[in-house]
Design a protein around this ligand. Structure first.
Ligand code: 2DT
Ligand code: MG
Length: 204
């Protein structure tokens, strides 16, 4: 049996191209699965979906913890897949959790990390770097919560504060193909390197 799969995360502000790049990456890899957070299909995710569509009001702490719970409920399945040699390509993760809640008044980034401490540690995090004004020119924001320029600017600044050694900043203002090319290169570089490496714990 070969080694484990890699845990790859795509992060960035809204409209930075995460979903497109996740799809292209999964298609290019031989043994890979895609995941997305929030996963709106579970009971927890359904509540998050209602909140994002403004059909439900929740306290800022409560929604923050709900996003985290929505990740923890996938922990076992993620570890099982990784052990089986499946590479996971994840559209948003705990970094979004911290960057978005941390953009609300009165929230400290380190404190925001707490509920997600110990989750599977990503091997590679791509930050699709796109300035908010450029993202806003791509297409109109939808009507969901958080889809406002001022808020997105705070989110962007928070993401930069979360950068760690696994992060790779990708200039997402280029064409889809150019971005995909860079991402594929980096992924092909790490797949062999993580095979025998134990899966770490996030922020632990
Ligand atoms: P999508 O547009 O990608 O479905 O995201 N968010 C996401 C948080 O506030 N905390 C989190 O932990 C995660 C994963 C980002 C919906 C919105 O949810 C925000 C945008
Ligand atoms: Mg969205």
């Amino acid at each position: 049996m070969t080694g484990r799969g890699a845990l790859i995360v795509m992060e960035g502000i809204d409209r930075s191209g995460k979903s497109t790049q996740c799809k292209m990456l999964v298609n290019a890899l031989s043994k890979a699965k895609s995941m997305k957070f929030p996963d709106r299909t579970t009971a927890t995710g359904n509540k998050i979906d209602q909140y994002l569509q403004r059909k439900l009001e929740l306290d800022d702490n409560e929604i923050h913890n709900l996003y985290s719970k929505n990740r923890w409920e996938k922990e076992k399945a993620m570890l099982d897949d990784l052990e089986k040699g499946i590479t996971l390509v994840v559209d948003r993760y705990a970094y979004s959790g911290v960057a978005y809640t941390g953009a609300k008044p009165g929230f400290d980034l380190d404190k925001c990390k707490e509920p997600d401490v110990g989750l599977p540690q990503p091997d590679l995090v791509f930050f699709l770097d796109l300035k908010v004004n450029t993202a806003a020119n791509r297409e109109a924001f939808g009507g969901e919560r958080y889809e406002q320029t001022d808020f997105q600017k705070k989110v962007y600044a928070n993401f930069l504060k979360l950068k760690s050694k696994e992060w790779q900043v990708i200039d997402a203002s280029r064409s889809i193909e150019e971005v995909n090319h860079d991402i594929l290169n980096s992924v092909n570089n790490i797949l062999g390197k993580v095979e025998k490496k134990p899966i770490g714990k996030l922020w632990a």
